[in-house]
Write a protein that binds this ligand. Sequence first.
Ligand code: AMP
Ligand code: MG
Length: 322
Amino acid sequence: MSGTSYTYSQQLMGTTVSLKLFVENLTAVSAVFNAIEKLEARLTVNRYHSEVMSINHAAGKQPVAVSKLVFDLICKAKAASLLPDSKFNLAIGPLVKLWKIGFNGHSIPEKDEIARRLTLTNPHHIELNRTNQTVYLAKAGMEIDLGAIAKGYIADIIKLLLAQYNIFQAIINCGGNVLTIGYSPITADKQWHIGLKRPFAEANNLLGIIHVEDKSVVTSGIYERYFIFNDQLYHHILDPHTGYPLNNELHSVTIISDNSLTGDIYSTIFYGLGIRQGLSELKKKQNIGVIFVTRDKKIIIQSNQHFTFELTADDYQLISYS
Ligand code: AMP
Ligand code: MG
């Protein structure tokens, strides 16, 4: 074990992906970035062609056979969409494409058009056939969007890939998604130190430090993609019931969990649940911890013993339920 670290970055999945290792292994590094590129090409809906887009293009026409990897993720995404009170919805695509938040050409859509697209976002209308490994979108115009969870799924796969190269200490950072592997060889407490971002500030402006070992740390923040029109902020996490950005007391939700797909699903679900319902739900979910950051400068934590948090911002109030 050495204290020397090696960091590699590439622009992928619409963000900067960085990989930090503690051994020099360029074969592993290129395998990782190649794998991410290939996985992104299968899962993306931001290009005309991908496996997921082949399902979308066939909406209302016919079922499409996909790879096991894509099928499994769609099954998990559908299950998460059907959880009670879930505001996660894999069928949200027609609304994401309408608003274009975070992309060129964003605007506030007409009410009627939002209402029309809402009729195309029912997750029950996504028909999965396990035997044939096919996905069928029952209505023309429906679109699957895995933007909320693809990075988490890919990060978990990269962890398995690194293990094939005997790498068991690393950090993969895909924008708001951080996956820590093993313990940290470069800190005194052997924990990884992950920054919690201050909403709407520069990336290095932090509210505090999350200390974890061998965990995923995923944040859904409304400051990641948004636009402002007439003093009103429109952000990228949409309410599948109204078709408008989810409106609640939160700036961000961070989930600390063993795997990153779980973190990615629950960061969106807990954003939708809000604090009161989220905290009560967490009593049943001992396998994850959560950090809520509110609009009125509170940081509310339920760690369930998965992490510790060190507050560095003196203008925020820390409320901890651990
Ligand atoms: P995240 O940053 O992981 O919270 O994911 C946000 C992205 O997920 C958005 O940019 C959309 O592509 C997509 N999305 C927006 N609203 C929802 C929703 N209610 N359920 C599932 N995915 C969503
Ligand atoms: Mg997410």
